[in-house]
Design a protein around this ligand. Structure first.
Ligand SMILES: [Zn+2]
Length: 78
């Protein structure tokens, strides 16, 4: 492997570790939230090109549920 590829690989690994670390941190913070109020939001999924409509907590942005069909209709109409 070329040296610049080695560098790239190392950087990628380092960033992935950081992402995992912050994900855990985020979960911890979110577990302190009571998710009392939610709003509809388009959430980007890694495996999909287009986003999905989800109910997310207004405070911590965690996905707390799926919208009903009437929720979806209202969201796209307004
Ligand atoms: Zn919350």
């Amino acid at each position: 492997m070329k040296e610049e590829d080695e560098n790239l690989k190392r950087k990628t690994k380092g960033l992935q570790l950081l992402i995992e670390k912050y994900k855990k941190e985020l979960d911890k913070v979110r577990s302190e939230c009571n998710h009392l109020d939610s709003e509809l939001k388009v959430v980007q999924n890694k495996s999909e090109i287009s986003g999905n409509l989800r109910k997310v907590c207004v405070i911590c942005d965690k996905i707390v549920g799926y919208p009903s069909q009437s929720d979806i209709d209202t969201f796209y109409k307004s």
